[in-house]
Ligand binder design. Structure first.
Ligand SMILES: [Zn+2]
Ligand SMILES: [Zn+2]
Length: 434
């Protein structure tokens, strides 16, 4: 019997570098402004040191919020799952939101010194991008949505007038994937439960909801608290604070996905294509391309072009993207790439016979993800100066294993740790956030 290839994926890692922040509060401001001005802006105006150093002159920054991949917590590992942020000026762009990453987001960007009793730090978040909809990339999305109205999400406060306007956070991610694991017999034989969405509209019933439906179902799942918060606590309408733009969706505002010649019936979920634009504003142009995270379709890599430089996020992928990742990375400065430790797979799974179910699973892990010994060649072929390892599986992979990525890469290798801040531009310094 054919064994189903389970979308295993990821796991954990650890470590945190912890620094410490700066100085004492030196100024105060009048009570009028204290009420109206967003906390971060107010702190800057008041000369209060904020965390991180927003006003340093190192330009655009890449902040690693969560650097593990997968769904299993390893003993002693407290690192969050996959999530990164780009800070352009004081504007935030977020890439994936795996387990624990909302807390890291607050740890990184919510001023510790505000004395107003409320925070508006998410006013600075302009767009959120999902590479694909596995839990180690989305689990903290409901958390972000729920804390949103209490932290300024989807709003802007005029620092002079104090007037608040709604500027929804743009949420970009895949549309409904439409198909599950091809061979479900192994699971169904064991009376496994396949979950479908519940809807009055049969056309909306699916086992693989896309970004919009996932969001709408989140509102429904948390209806009790959301209704109470808006009716009793005068919170803003949660649903107005975000704007969904699905890649490949068919609603107004959705993003056209030029689907290449894939063969989903045979699990061929990646084919050669050209990058396509998914987002643009005054700070960034974001392009996407298909990568190989079979049987997930689509799974995207993203590239952010900014005035200080360009950063590519691989998302989850095997090393062979039919040239797509190389094409997306052309002329980029930094590649943030997932890795899995082959030694860990060997230790867990041994070396199964080619006809055994375990062999298929092992092959899957080695081709739908990228092993440490393969990622250096990927970075070399992508011609980037800096390779940042993230989505590290397992989470407790020793640095000595991760350093093997240097074998086929002569550029700068950065082993990603939660709360690491990497400058983008000439000097591109690396710091650990407090
Ligand atoms: Zn993953
Ligand atoms: Zn995945």
């Amino acid at each position: 019997m054919k064994f189903p290839i389970i979308m295993l994926a990821c796991f954990f890692i650890a470590l945190l570098a912890v620094g410490s922040a700066g100085e004492m509060i030196t100024n105060s401001i009048d009570e009028e402004n204290r009420i109206k001005v967003p906390s971060r802006m107010r702190d800057l105006q008041a000369g209060i040191p904020v965390n991180p150093p927003w006003d340093d002159d190192s330009g655009t920054k890449l902040v690693l919020l969560g650097t593990t991949g997968g769904v299993t917590w390893y003993p002693g590992v407290d690192s969050a799952s996959s999530s990164s942020a780009l800070l352009v000026g004081d504007t935030l762009y977020i890439i994936d939101l795996g387990q624990g990453s909302t807390s890291k987001l607050a740890q990184a960007f919510n001023s510790k010194t505000s004395d107003s009793g409320t925070s508006t730090f998410l006013e600075n978040a302009r767009a959120l991008f999902f590479t694909h909809l596995h839990q180690d990339h989305i689990a903290d999305y409901p958390s972000l949505l729920l804390i949103g109205p209490g932290t300024g999400l989807g709003t802007r406060t005029d620092p002079v007038t104090g007037n608040v306007t709604i500027v929804p956070l743009v949420v970009i991610g895949p549309a409904d994937r439409g198909a599950l694991e091809i061979d479900k017999s192994y699971y169904i034989d064991r009376k496994g439960t396949i979950i479908y969405t519940d809807s009055a509209d049969p056309s909306q019933v699916t086992p693989t909801p896309g970004t919009r439906q996932m969001t709408n179902l989140t509102w429904q799942a948390f209806a009790q608290t959301i209704n109470d918060m808006t009716l009793d606590n005068a919170y803003r309408d949660f649903t107005k604070l975000i704007e969904i733009r699905e890649i490949g969706g068919n609603q107004q505002g959705d993003i056209y996905f030029p689907v290449p010649d894939v063969d989903l019936a045979n699990s061929t979920t990646c084919a050669a294509m050209d990058p396509f634009e998914v987002y643009r504003d005054g700070n960034v142009v974001v392009t996407a391309i298909l990568v190989d995270h079979h049987q997930v379709f689509p799974a995207f890599a993203y590239r952010f072009d900014m005035s200080d430089g360009s950063v590519v996020f691989s998302g989850d992928t095997g090393p062979d993207t039919r040239g797509n990742l190389e094409k997306l990375s052309e002329g980029a400065d930094i590649l943030v790439h997932e890795v899995i430790d082959r030694a860990w797979i060997d230790e867990r799974m041994g070396f199964p016979n080619e006809t055994s179910p375990a062999y298929a699973l092992k092959t899957h892990l080695l081709t739908a993800h990228t092993t440490i010994d393969a990622v250096g060649s990927v970075a070399t072929n992508c011609s980037v100066d800096t390779l940042v390892l993230n989505h590290i599986v397992p989470g407790n992979t020793p640095d000595s294993h991760l350093e093997q990525a240097k074998a086929n890469f002569s550029g700068r290798l950065i082993i990603g740790k939660d709360m690491m801040m990497i400058g983008i531009g000439k000097d591109s310094p690396v710091h650990s956030l407090p």
